[in-house]
Design a protein around this ligand. Structure first.
Ligand SMILES: Cc1cc2nc3c(=O)[nH]c(=O)nc-3n(C[C@H](O)[C@H](O)[C@H](O)COP(=O)(O)OP(=O)(O)OC[C@H]3O[C@@H](n4cnc5c(N)ncnc54)[C@H](O)[C@@H]3O)c2cc1C
Length: 489
C-alpha cells in the first residue's frame, strides 16, 4: 500500500451528502489498497446539514428529514454497512394513511391513492374530497391517450400540474396531488418538472397508457415483492432518529480523515502545479480531487476561483462560466418547521393517521402537519403527541418574513382550527431552513445533464447533493457514493 501515491481528496460540505461521500472514499481506499489523505470541510459547527435530531425533554424531535423511502436502497444499504441495521425501524402499523383538508376539515386520503394516482376506484367514489364531476373526470383517465410527439419532435418537459390536469382533471390536482406533492417538494406544481421529480409516472403512462391501470398492477406486484424495502415498509428511520446515521458516519470517518468544523471554504482555485487549492479563512491546501457537496448556489460561487488558473485545466473559461450560471439558476425554496409537543387530551382530533396535508386551494397558512409520534415509536412520552408543522415553501415565501413569535401564533391558531389543538403545549419551537429545498423546475433534467457534462471537463472536480437528481436522503447518498467512486477511479 505504501508504494502507491496518496490521493489528496477534499470534500466540501458536511451534510448527509458530504458524509456519505467521505465514507465511500474510505471504504474504497481500503478495498482497493489506495492510500488517501481525506479532508472534509464543514462551514458550521455540526455535521448533518439540513438533517438534524434534537432531544427536547422526553421528546425525540426531527427538525429536518424524519424518515426515508426504502424502495431506493442507498440509505438502507449504508445503514447496514455501518452497523445500524438493527436500529432501522419502520412506520407504525396502527395509524397508516394521511388526511387532507377539505373545507377546513381533515378527511382521509382515499385508500390506495399513490401520490398522483389512485389504485382503487371505490374509495375515490366514496370520498368527500371530490365533487361528482371531479370523480367522473378522474374515472375518464382510463381513456385519456398517451401524450405523443409528432414525427421528428421531442416532447417538451411537462409540469406536474399540466400532467395531472391532462390525465385526471383540475380537481384531482388542486384537491389532492398539489398538497401531497407540496408536502415533499414545497413547490409550485405549475413549475415542477415531472421528468425530474417523478419520472416513474411518465414511464407508467408510456407503458400502460392509464395510470390507474398501472398503479393497480404496481400495488398488486408490490405486495409480492421481497426487495430491500419489503422488510421495512415504504418509509423507515432509525430508532434514535436520523442523527444516529449522521453521528455514526461522522465518528466512523473521523478515525481516518480530517473532519473540520467551522471551516467554510472561501474559494477553490488551481495551483500552478495543476493541483486544486482549497482555501478557508485560516489556511490554503492543495488537493488532487475535490467533491462539492454544497448547495448549487454555493458551488457556483466557489467554482469562480477556478477561472483565474483555468489555463492549467482543459475547460475553456466559457464552459466554466456556463457551469456557474447553470448552477446558480437552480432555485431554492425556504421553509420553517414548527415542532410542538402536546398532551393528547388537549387535541380534539383522534390523529388516527400519519399527518395532514393542506391544499393551496384551502387558502390556509400551513403546508402540512406531520403527526410524528403516530408515525414512529419513541418520539413522544406516553399520553403526549409530537407534531411537525410545515410553513412557507415556494408557494408562501412571505410567511418566512414573519418573526418566530408571529409564526408560532399563526401555527397555534391554525392547529386549533384544523385539529382542535388547545391548551399550553409542552414546547413549540420554530426551525427555519433558508434556501434549503432545491426546486426541480421545468428543464431540470437537461440542465443537470449539461452541468455534469461541463463538470467532466474540469479535472479533479466532482459535484454531489440534493440539487441534481433527487432530494431525498437515499438520492443524496447515491449521488455522494457515485461521486466518491469517480474520485477514486
Ligand atoms: C425541512 C426538510 C425536511 C426534509 N424531510 C425529508 C425527509 O423526511 N426524508 C428525506 O429523504 N429527505 C428529506 N428532506 C431532504 C433531505 O433532508 C435533504 O435533501 C438532504 O439532507 C440534503 O443533504 P446535502 O448534504 O445534500 O445538503 P445540506 O444538508 O444542505 O448540506 C450542505 C452542507 O454544506 C455546508 N456548506 C455550505 N457552504 C459551505 C462552504 N462554503 N464550506 C463548507 N461547507 C459548506 C452546509 O453548512 C451544510 O452542512 C428534507 C429537507 C428539509 C429542508
Amino acid at each position: 500500500m505504501s508504494d502507491v501515491p496518496r490521493k489528496r481528496i477534499a470534500i466540501i460540505g458536511g451534510g448527509i451528502t458530504g458524509l456519505a461521500a467521505a465514507h465511500r472514499v474510505l471504504e474504497l481506499a481500503e478495498s482497493e489498497a489506495q492510500p488517501v489523505e481525506l479532508t472534509l470541510f464543514e462551514a458550521t459547527d455540526k455535521a448533518g446539514g439540513v438533517a438534524r435530531t434534537r432531544r427536547i425533554g422526553d421528546y425525540l424531535v426531527e427538525t429536518g428529514a424524519d424518515s426515508f423511502i426504502t424502495n431506493k436502497p442507498a440509505c438502507i444499504r449504508l445503514c447496514e454497512r455501518i452497523g445500524l441495521a438493527d436500529e432501522l425501524i419502520s412506520t407504525e402499523t396502527t395509524y397508516r394513511g394521511s388526511l387532507v383538508l377539505r373545507n377546513g376539515k381533515p378527511v382521509p386520503v382515499p385508500d390506495g391513492f399513490m401520490l398522483l394516482s389512485p389504485a382503487k376506484v371505490w374509495p375515490i367514489l366514496k370520498s368527500p374530497i371530490f365533487s361528482p364531476l371531479g370523480k367522473l373526470r378522474m374515472g375518464l383517465e382510463f381513456f385519456v391517450p398517451r401524450r405523443r410527439a409528432g414525427r421528428g419532435e421531442v416532447l417538451p418537459d411537462e409540469s406536474l400540474a399540466a400532467f395531472v390536469r391532462r390525465r385526471f382533471g383540475k380537481e384531482a390536482l388542486e384537491r389532492i396531488v398539489q398538497p401531497l406533492v407540496g408536502g415533499i417538494y414545497t413547490s409550485d406544481p405549475e413549475k415542477l418538472s415531472l421528468a425530474a421529480t417523478m419520472p416513474r409516472f411518465l414511464d407508467m403512462e408510456a407503458e400502460h397508457r392509464s395510470l390507474i391501470l398501472a398503479t393497480r398492477k404496481q400495488a398488486a406486484t408490490q405486495a409480492e415483492q421481497h426487495g430491500a424495502g419489503a422488510r421495512y415498509g415504504l418509509f423507515a428511520t432509525l430508532r434514535g432518529g436520523i442523527s444516529d446515521l449522521l453521528e455514526k458516519l461522522r465518528t466512523t470517518i473521523s478515525t481516518r480523515a480530517d473532519v473540520r468544523f467551522e471551516a467554510a471554504v472561501e474559494s477553490v482555485s488551481r495551483a500552478g502545479s495543476g493541483a486544486l487549492l482549497v482555501q478557508t479563512a485560516s489556511e490554503s491546501r492543495e488537493f488532487d480531487r475535490v467533491v462539492f457537496a454544497t448547495p448549487a448556489y454555493v458551488t457556483s460561487g466557489l467554482l469562480g476561483g477556478l477561472a483565474a488558473g483555468n489555463a492549467a485545466a482543459s475547460a475553456p473559461s466559457s464552459d466554466l462560466m456556463e457551469l456557474q450560471k447553470l448552477l446558480g439558476e437552480i432555485e431554492y425554496a425556504s421553509t420553517a418547521i414548527v415542532v410542538s409537543g402536546h398532551r393528547l387530551a388537549d387535541i380534539a382530533h383522534p390523529l388516527n393517521s400519519f399527518g395532514l396535508v393542506i391544499p393551496a386551494a384551502e387558502n390556509r397558512k400551513l403546508l402540512a402537519v406531520s403527526f410524528s409520534s403516530r408515525k414512529f415509536p419513541g418520539r413522544a412520552p406516553d399520553g403526549r403527541v409530537l407534531l411537525r408543522t410545515f410553513v412557507g415553501g415556494a408557494m408562501q415565501p412571505e410567511l418566512l418574513e414573519l418573526s418566530d413569535d408571529e409564526i408560532t401564533r399563526i401555527v397555534s391558531e391554525e392547529l386549533t382550527g384544523m385539529l382542535g389543538v388547545r391548551g399550553e403545549p409542552d414546547f413549540m419551537d420554530v426551525v427555519r431552513w433558508n434556501r434549503a429545498m432545491p426546486q426541480y423546475h421545468l428543464g431540470h433534467v437537461q440542465r443537470v445533464d449539461r452541468i455534469f457534462e461541463l463538470t467532466d471537463s474540469l479535472p479533479g472536480i466532482e459535484l454531489a447533493g440534493n440539487a441534481y437528481r433527487g432530494v431525498g436522503l437515499p438520492d443524496c447518498i447515491a449521488s455522494a457514493e457515485s461521486a466518491a467512486e469517480r474520485v477514486m477511479k
